[in-house]
Design a protein around this ligand. Structure first.
Ligand SMILES: Cc1cc2nc3c(=O)[nH]c(=O)nc-3n(C[C@H](O)[C@H](O)[C@H](O)COP(=O)(O)OP(=O)(O)OC[C@H]3O[C@@H](n4cnc5c(N)ncnc54)[C@H](O)[C@@H]3O)c2cc1C
Length: 387
């Protein structure tokens, strides 16, 4: 009998762990090389929509709903007046789950640890990968070397693996994100504690939702500006931040004053148009197509990628790996491009000012259920066999 394919994955983030599980469940031998010495996922919260949840459910990732909260709508409010603009229903089957990034990571990690054919190497930043035609050899920063039939670059927006595939660099989007988690008992009473609320105003918006079983409120604010440094957790300047929200409704200003510190990061994107695969090396998730987070779909796309990549490699032989990886890229690209474009467009809509803002608000007030149905093409996706 032929040996199962051996797969090396650079990056043990959401996309890397999901791909590892999907590949291992199909009998492949997987090694994950993770740069950090211990998992410490940064970023506060995530919304997991039906398209991603169905993949994780199928992979038997458990505990997601216990760790988070199921929601049935998104509330949209005007940030200046505080008025409600719309309540957009979210998919019912399965319901969207909001949870902290660390909870999602922990659920994935538990599932990975229970898989005998996944080996994880920590403190192992990939620094070089060479495709020699029949296998890929990789080297980590500490000098460890390994080889595999396939290398998957799931190493995030500042991917090292991407250098071996297309060399494309991330581009700054002109937007910054600021995040804080607030103990729920300190949250002002005018802020919803049981669902996602989007607050929209010119050149800025704010997203709030419960995490940690509803004991904390995740708050992420988005502003425009030129600051553009790598990393996820630079300390934010409170005066600069508060100034963006000074004309906002008082309940938002009250919320913004509560945390001792807001952490900021620059939102960068990688346009999906470049090559995601070359020979035996493939990219997935943010390494292939980092997007601005305004449709809350970046993690979901990396989860979908993992499911399809595993389907493609399930029917590959060592000789057909490059062709199967190319098919994965073709199958994923048009959908990811559409979500990527929609995320960008959504950011423009959220930050409208003047007459455009008033027109947007009116459309939202009278849009009703139709607003939610506009995005069914995202949430109704399922990882059915692509063969
Ligand atoms: C503010 C904000 C809110 C968001 N909200 C949502 C949301 O609600 N829903 C959603 O679906 N998405 C959301 N996203 C997007 C989502 O966080 C990302 O798309 C997702 O984390 C991408 O997963 P990934 O595995 O590709 O990359 P990452 O999660 O970045 O993981 C990359 C991993 O690779 C490791 N690594 C890096 N370099 C190397 C190397 N050289 N060698 C080995 N390992 C390496 C890193 O340490 C890390 O563990 C949001 C993003 C932002 C910025």
């Amino acid at each position: 009998m032929a040996h199962p394919l051996s797969i090396a994955i650079a990056g043990g983030g959401i996309g890397g762990l999901t791909a590892a599980l999907a590949l291992a469940r199909k009998g492949m031998d997987v090694q994950i090389f993770e740069k950090s010495s211990r998992f410490n996922p940064v970023g506060a919260g995530l919304q997991l929509s039906a398209n991603a949840l169905c993949v994780l459910d199928q992979l038997q990732v458990t505990g997601l709903r216990d760790a988070g909260l199921e929601i049935d709508h998104v509330r949209i409010r005007d940030g200046l007046s505080g008025k409600d603009l719309a309540q957009i229903p979210t998919p019912a089957d399965p319901k969207t789950v909001v949870l902290s990034r660390s909870s999602l990571h922990e659920c994935l990690w538990q599932a990975v640890q229970a898989c005998p054919n996944i080996l994880t190497v920590m403190d192992a930043a990939l620094v070089d990968a060479q495709d020699n035609g029949t296998s890929v050899s990789l080297t980590t920063q500490s000098g460890t070397t390994a080889s595999a039939d396939v290398l998957i670059g799931a190493d995030g927006v500042w991917s090292q693996t991407r250098a071996s595939v297309s060399g494309t660099q991330p581009a700054y989007s002109g937007r910054m994100a600021w995040r804080a988690a607030l103990p729920m008992d300190q949250v002002p009473s005018g802020i919803a504690r049981d669902t996602v609320t989007l607050w929209l105003a010119p050149k800025a918006h704010l997203v709030t939702y419960p995490i940690d079983h509803g004991t904390s409120l995740n708050a992420v604010a988005f502003t425009q500006g030129d600051w553009n440094e790598q990393g996820w957790s630079a300390p934010g300047n409170r005066d600069e931040f508060s100034a963006s929200f000074s004309p906002w409704t008082s309940v938002v200003q009250e919320l913004i004053d509560i945390p001792d510190q807001w952490l900021k990061w620059a939102l960068c994107g990688v346009s999906p148009t470049h090559n995601w695969t070359k020979g035996r090396i493939a990219l997935l998730g943010d390494a292939a197509h980092a997007m601005v987070p305004f449709m809350a779909q970046g993690a979901a796309m990396s989860i979908e990628d993992g499911a399809i990549l595993a389907q493609m490699l399930d029917c590959a032989t060592p000789e057909t790996v490059p062709a199967q990886l190319k098919t994965y890229e073709i199958l994923r690209k048009s959908r990811v491009q559409r979500v990527w474009d929609q995320s960008f467009q959504q950011g423009r809509i959220y930050h409208m000012g003047g007459v455009m803002r008033l027109a947007r608000n009116t459309a939202m007030r009278f849009g009703g259920d139709a607003l939610g149905k506009r995005y069914n093409w995202i949430y109704d996706w399922r990882a059915r066999s692509q063969q």
